[in-house]
Write a protein that binds this ligand. Structure first.
Ligand SMILES: *[C@@H]1O[C@H](CO)[C@@H](O)[C@H](O)[C@H]1NC(C)=O
Ligand SMILES: *[C@@H]1O[C@H](CO)[C@@H](O)[C@H](O)[C@H]1NC(C)=O
Ligand SMILES: *[C@@H]1O[C@H](CO)[C@@H](O)[C@H](O)[C@H]1NC(C)=O
Ligand SMILES: *[C@@H]1O[C@H](CO)[C@@H](O)[C@H](O)[C@H]1NC(C)=O
Length: 792
């Protein structure tokens, strides 16, 4: 029966689910990959030997054999055995087997191995590039004091879980770098032709592909992708270089955004952990990469991907949350993207308290390509394109709906969908195309195919004022919803009289105001799993970010522009590396707190940060605010979380001692009187259900500055009384910790019906330790109970 016989090479067995299925003897139920999570390892203090690791794998085989019948079958079913820090395995099981194993003593959770998403809005548009372009160089770079103080992150090791790395990028040149830090235990997998050679800058590159090979049809997958640690997509090179790429002068992108490319911590060492492929990123591979990165000795992990938080989601059934948990316990700062499902509320991802969760906002640079209408109106749009229109004059303008093919609907043609535009009518015109349904750059491509000479790409309502510096096939001006209405109105009003327009060549502008503003795609709070924990934590630049790119598949652009929380996440990872460089002994939670409490909620126009639709944003968008690296190294006070307090947190949301016992601390007991989730020492305050009565938070802050007297300043949310006791804290020395309580009560019955926001700031006159406060009467999130009861 075992068609997956020993004679078939092991790899072939791996690549074929079919193979695993057919070896499943009598069980007819569909099989799939499951992750069986057993908590953490306690390898003790002596160095871990290969024998130790083998013993762990043997124990996994043994455990599985008791459910599958025999050892051989167990070995066939296992894809990964997590042996270093994370304890568990990934195996091909049917649902009944999975359910049985979940009941096994010591099993924390059993969950299907699912695909995760990279958090980029559009990472494919570079494939469509035009070729013959010269790239002028530029100069715009002055290192500031913080960077110098942090020695540009020298010798801090940043790891990145992503699509791999393009090692030849200048951003990873090791010119001027000394020996690799001796504590580093990682390496580069360079055993194939498509391997990654390391240097003293790029010190690690590993490939985790067992999950993806087993989950997808490896026959159709690109071997250069799934069998190589190299980045064929560009995403991983982009994110890794954003976090820790070195200074590379003279970088520009089709002549725009020129200047010095660099990461947040340009002198950091970097390591790539490839877990994402054209076919997706499997949780099982992600978990393996965390296990590897922890063992290698990274200091900071940047993870621009995440799980959907569907009903049934829990922190301990998400490989990324589990991996992050073990990383943070090992002293590693973990930064992850909030997701790109905004602006819907409750769309934020990666909301475990041990993860720094990052939203995305605009910077102050834009590439403006004005649309000039025949009525004299100049609309500020954005876009990048190679060849401007031949002459500065007016060209015929048409609504794409009006140049439709006979067999297309007007609605489809308005969107410039493929096969909808009539070359006879479109030729020589500038088309107004509506955003939506297809990639933005595909619309200008369709226009070009139909003979049009330009596009005004008009936002739909949900996208508001959210603009992208995409590269377009014809001169294009991507305009806001409001400006788009003007375009359509002008066309309507002058249809008989032949409307006209011109697209001006793109120009860089810097110092745009207001900036930042929250990107509409950035996923928003509240936290759907634990609403008592405000997420995201902070925001950082994630719109039109220029960073290193892959040169795979004949790529011509070593630097490219991308948008997404994928891009903002590594900015924060870079800043975390800088803080770590200045304070090597700080815990991940201290760095987490420092980055949050020093963030800023005002824009460069000194107003509250807005959304891209120009309405005021809230902590659901930006969390504590926009990161301020120069303050984060001197936060004054930090809200620190001891490792066991993350366990207390899990108890407080419904896990019991026998579950948590496995998570590294043998003998740990949830305290009888379950600790309140409000007492988790987080640097922000969230009251989702004030209607059920007043809430008291207990918090403690640790002085990491000079001795000082801090006073509490409260900005009460509307209709809510906030009392801080005591409201003055006196610190006599560095490292001293003080507790306080924050009592939150409604000022009248039914207060805070809406979402209300305020803040608490501790200040000694020099440091401002700011925390947002969110209050609402009765938060309803469209998900089942957030309380986790036992096993999944
Ligand atoms: C990696 O492999 C390439 C080609 O296989 C080889 O040229 C290079 O020297 C190797 N680099 C290192 C650092 O081992
Ligand atoms: C309309 O017909 C053309 C061929 O004349 C075809 O290329 C196109 O795909 C069709 N479009 C739709 C929307 O069916
Ligand atoms: C333009 O005309 C179309 C169809 O006649 C209509 O649907 C649309 O609302 C008009 N748009 C504006 C901005 O006037
Ligand atoms: C913990 O929860 C599991 C699953 O719900 C249950 O089987 C176990 O008895 C519980 N343990 C304790 C100590 O309550």
């Amino acid at each position: 029966m075992a068609t997956c016989s020993r004679r078939v090479p092991f790899l072939l067995c791996l690549v074929s689910i079919f193979c695993a299925l057919s070896s499943a003897s009598l069980v007819s139920a569909a099989k799939r990959q499951y992750i069986v999570y057993l908590g953490g390892h306690n390898h003790g203090s002596s160095p871990v030997t290969e024998a130790d690791l083998h013993a762990v794998t043997d124990s996994h085989h043994g455990l599985l054999a008791t459910y599958l019948g025999d050892l051989e079958r167990a070995k066939d079913a296992i894809r990964y055995s997590y042996t270093r820090h994370i304890n568990g395995f990934t195996a091909i099981l049917d649902d009944e087997e999975a359910a049985e194993i979940a009941k096994h003593p010591g099993v924390v959770s059993v969950f299907p191995d699912q695909k995760r998403k990279l958090h980029t809005t559009n990472s494919w548009h570079f494939m469509m590039l035009d070729k013959e372009i010269d790239t002028p160089t530029g100069k715009r770079n002055v290192p500031n004091e913080l960077w110098k103080a942090a020695r540009f992150g020298e010798n801090v090791i940043i790891g990145n879980l992503d699509t791999g790395v393009w090692p030849e990028s200048q951003s990873f040149s090791d010119k001027g770098y000394g020996a690799v830090p001796s504590r580093w235990r990682g390496l580069c997998e360079n055993n194939t032709k498509a391997g990654v050679p390391c240097n003293r800058k790029l010190i690690g590159s590993r490939l985790y592909n067992k999950g993806i090979i087993s989950a997808v049809n490896a026959q159709t997958a690109d071997p250069a992708d799934i069998y190589s640690p190299r980045d064929v997509d560009g995403h991983g090179t982009h994110t890794l270089s954003t976090a820790g790429g070195d200074f590379v002068p003279g970088v520009s992108f089709l002549g725009t955004a020129s200047g010095v490319a660099k990461g947040g911590a340009p002198r950091a060492r970097v390591a790539s952990y490839k877990v994402c492929y054209a076919d997706g990123c499997m949780d099982s591979d992600i978990l393996a990469a965390f296990d590897g990165a922890i063992a290698d000795g990274v200091d900071v992990l940047s993870v621009s991907l995440g799980a959907d938080t569907l009903a049934g989601y829990t922190y301990l059934t998400d490989g990324q949350a589990i991996g992050s948990f073990h990383a943070v316990r090992a002293g590693i700062v973990v930064v992850a993207s909030a997701g790109n499902e905004g602006p819907d509320q409750g769309s934020v991802k990666n909301m475990a308290p041990w993860i720094i969760t990052v939203g995305a906002s605009t910077g102050d640079r834009s590439v403006d390509a004005y649309a000039e209408l025949g009525n004299g109106e100049r609309l500020k749009g954005t876009a990048i394109f190679a060849k401007p229109l031949p002459e500065h004059k007016q060209y015929p303008l048409a609504n794409a709906a009006d140049v439709k093919l006979p067999n297309a609907t007007a609605a489809d043609a308005a969107l410039c969908l493929p096969g909808t535009l009539d070359p006879k009518k479109a030729k020589g015109k500038i088309l107004a195309c509506l955003r939506g349904q297809t990639a933005r750059v595909d619309k200008s491509q369709q226009a070009k195919n139909a003979g049009a000479i330009g596009v005004i790409l008009c936002n739909d309502k949900p996208d508001g004022a959210s603009l992208n510096d995409d590269i377009h096939a014809v001169p294009t001006s991507h305009v806001t919803y409001k400006d788009g209405l003007k375009v359509y109105k002008y066309i309507n009003d002058t249809k008989k009289k032949n409307p006209t327009a011109y697209i001006a060549p793109p120009v860089n502008t810097y110092g745009n105001k207001p900036a930042p503003s929250m990107a509409s795609f950035s996923s928003r709070g509240p936290n759907a799993v634990t609403p008592q924990l405000l997420k995201p934590d902070v925001t950082a630049p994630g719109v039109n970010v220029l960073a290193a790119y892959t040169m795979a598949n004949g790529g011509k652009y070593p630097y490219a522009m991308e948008s997404g929380t994928s891009m903002s996440c590594p900015h924060v990872a870079g800043v975390a590396a800088l803080v770590k460089a200045v304070h090597p002994d700080w815990s991940p939670s201290a760095i987490h707190s420092a980055i949050m409490t020093t963030a800023r909620t005002r824009s460069n126009a000194e107003d509250k940060i807005t959304n891209e639709d120009e309405e005021e944003s809230t902590s659901f968008g930006y969390g504590s605010g926009h990161i301020r690296p120069s303050r984060a190294i001197k936060p004054g006070l930090v809200y620190e979380v001891a490792p066991h307090e993350y366990l207390d947190f899990l108890c407080s949301i419904g896990y019991n001692s026998s579950d948590i016992d496995q998570l590294m601390e043998k003998g740990y007991k949830c305290s009888k009187k379950a600790k309140s989730v409000f007492d988790h020492n987080y640097p922000s305050f969230s009251v989702p259900n004030l209607g059920s009565g007043p809430v008291t938070f207990t918090r403690k802050v640790k002085n990491v500055g000079p001795p000082g007297i801090y006073a509490a300043e409260v900005n009460e949310p509307y209709g809510v009384a906030v009392k801080v006791v005591p409201d003055v804290l006196k610190f006599e020395k560095y490292g001293e910790e003080k507790s306080f309580k924050v009592m939150v009560a409604a000022k009248w019955k039914g207060a805070a019906k809406k979402y209300e926001f305020g803040g608490l700031t501790w200040t000694d006159g020099e440091h401002y330790v700011r925390s947002p406060i969110f209050v609402t009467n009765d938060l309803v999130i469209d998900r089942p109970s957030n309380v986790i009861v036992g096993h999944y």
